[in-house]
Write a protein that binds this ligand. Sequence first.
Ligand code: ADP
Ligand code: MG
Length: 698
Amino acid sequence: QGEIDFKQDAKFAQHLKKGEGVSNFAKSKTFAQQRQYLPIFSIREELLQVIRENQVIVVVGETGSGKTTQLTQYLHEDGYTNNGIVGCTQPRRVAAMSVAKRVSEEMETELGDKVGYAIRFEDVTGPNTVIKYMTDGVLLRETLKDSDLEKYRIIVMDEAHERSLSTDVLFGILKKVVARRRDFKLIVTSATLNAQKFSDFFGNVPIFHIPGRTFPVQTLYSKTPCEDYVEGAVKQAMAIHITSAPGDILIFMTGQDEIEATCYALQERMEQLASKKEAPKLLILPIYSQLPADLQAKIFENAEDGARKCIVATNIAETSLTVDGILYVIDTGYGKIKVYNPRMGLDALQVFPVSRANADQRAGRAGRTGPGTCYRLYTESAYLNEMLPSPVPEIQRSNVGNVVLLLKSLKVDNLLDFDFMDPPPQENILNSMYQLWVLGALNNVGDLTDIGWKMVEFPLDPPLAKMLLMGKQLGCIDEVLTIVSMLSVPSVFFRPKDRVEESDAAREKFFVPESDHLTLLNVYQQWESNHCRGDWCNDHFLHVKGLRKAREVRSQLLDILQTLRIPLMSCGLDWDVVRMAICSAYFHNSARLKGVGEYVNCRNGMPCHLHPSSALYGLGYTPDYVVYHELILTAKEYMQCATAVEPQWLAELGPMFFSVKDSDTSMIYHKKKQKQEKTAMEEEMESLRKVQEDKERE
Ligand code: ADP
Ligand code: MG
């Protein structure tokens, strides 16, 4: 082991002969030299020529070949930015930020000057910006204000193979922009072989291949299914670290909790080793989307001499981020994906086996800088027989409420006719329309209402936007604005593993007995009255960064309120109306007490539980009715962020679901009524469709 055959790449072998280890490569070369070494550089001229000759092209290349960081720069160098911006979309926020930073360094400009990025609630671009990285969601929202995307000369739709919800909607929208604007170009990039499908969608456009430069990867399967993949991964990583040749390790986990558990366990094993004998250093580096940016950047830093890096990542490291020097991949075979259940009307993040395409992509990460090894913590039979060949596009497994709202405002009247590459199931569209109707965003014939038009203005999920607008009606928009902002950032409560009790006690001091939403409001207000001080946050186990982010989100939403001429109004300390505003937007997520501490969803009878971190749980207060922000499925179905509500409110604010007399018979009656109303709505949609079809035939 450890015998590395670098014959495949003479240039690279030279570097190694000169005694420059893999991870020293970046250290010893200027940015210009590093750029020239990337595979995409060898075909720079041909690529630019094809772009000059075509309006739309598809570019395919292995991850790490330089598509994301180089393509935008080539376009800039070729003069496209003389009249317009080069925009590049990313499905993930982390990728947009980290890539923009890298490119700004390569171009020797401040981030936010010539090169910038925009993600929801964060715009780091300026008047000089000519290369703009952004999430696909941001570009999608920009089409609302400027349907022809006039300020862009070229859009690179990066990571199209990910088939994120927004990317899929953008496909349909950009196809129209391409037809309307002859001066506009579109480049779709993909890491895998979906390319033909993309090419067909845009009318059989050219596909350009970047020649690959990868090394063979040996794949080893687990002989038996792995009971506990965190444990399995930790063991495997330690085995590699102790016995295998130099080279960094990349572990794929499903989410933050598992990543933290894995890092913690690795740290522990390393400490045990250190006390016994001299063990080589292991640099343990987590990466997931909610990790603060400065910690995220650490994965790209070079380890000190003799140390090995072990990166523990979500599927973010599958294609969107490339770290050089990885020779060992440990794949748990699982990932977290959002699935929408239209019958239950809920979105939930669930752990699922990844597809074979994802698994192969993960393995490929080991062969970027030399022949590598991928340890799969599942059996070969599971790979062959149980995994799907490729992932299901997000649009086919998500709540499309936001998409419906957006397309409606873009005057796409009949959603069933929108040019989707793979249309969402009709049931999802109808269900999302039904939810929007229930929220009052659509009228009986499926057109946007006044409230609906206003809701579109906010980059928020429809219920949150509704909550804001109800806050206005109930005279408590100031308070609701804070709650919405706090719900739009990661949890601000800091709970270090070694100080659990202390931090829980600190959190309890903020509890408002009847509501987690009001608890968030309380935290924010107290932070403000303590002059937003950082040391105050530390004393109270709060993340100051999270609170600052909430303040930023708040000020951006406030700007939107101002453009809509909605004045800020406070209800003072009468927080009952705030709970009412919450209820008005979340009555579809309501639960009724049934037995000791047990709740069931009011609409479908599904059991659900207060989360142990909830104020209601902590104070042992179990009101008869609650609404909750979202349901998370872990060991149990937990209601995340719950608030006590009065049953009359449910009846008043969600009359399509509830009656005042809350006997079981009336629930059944209302279920029936709800079903009738839904059928009526569907019939309405169907007849609209027929009218449309007739029109087209004429
Ligand atoms: P692709 O998009 O084809 O997967 P990229 O353009 O993302 O390729 O990556 C090209 C190279 O740039 C890779 O070798 C990668 O390691 C390096 N790179 C990308 N982002 C960073 C960063 N933030 N810091 C250091 N190196 C980076
Ligand atoms: Mg890329």
